[in-house]
Design a protein around this ligand. Structure first.
Ligand SMILES: [Zn+2]
Length: 77
């Protein structure tokens, strides 16, 4: 009934970078998939958005998809 409780499309953590990812469905994200043993519960070191990275992502020095996407595009808002 409350499955959308965690979904805040325009909440304080809303990142317009996420919407840009719909431009390339299928995705080319390098991030690890979140699992029970590798939860996506860590903030991005670049933009500071919460719950963007898994411990494996951080160990590999990754940043969130939004930041990676901005870097790939060669511009930053
Ligand atoms: Zn980020």
């Amino acid at each position: 009934m409350n499955e959308y409780d965690d979904y805040e499309p325009f909440g304080p953590d809303y990142d317009y970078g996420d919407s840009l990812q719909f431009a390339h469905p299928g995705g080319n994200s390098a991030l690890r998939a979140a699992t029970k043993n590798n939860p996506r519960n860590l903030p991005c070191p670049t933009c500071g958005s919460a719950n963007r990275l898994t411990p494996a992502d951080v160990a590999l020095g990754y940043q969130c998809d939004s930041c990676a996407d901005r870097m790939e595009r060669g511009f930053d808002f």
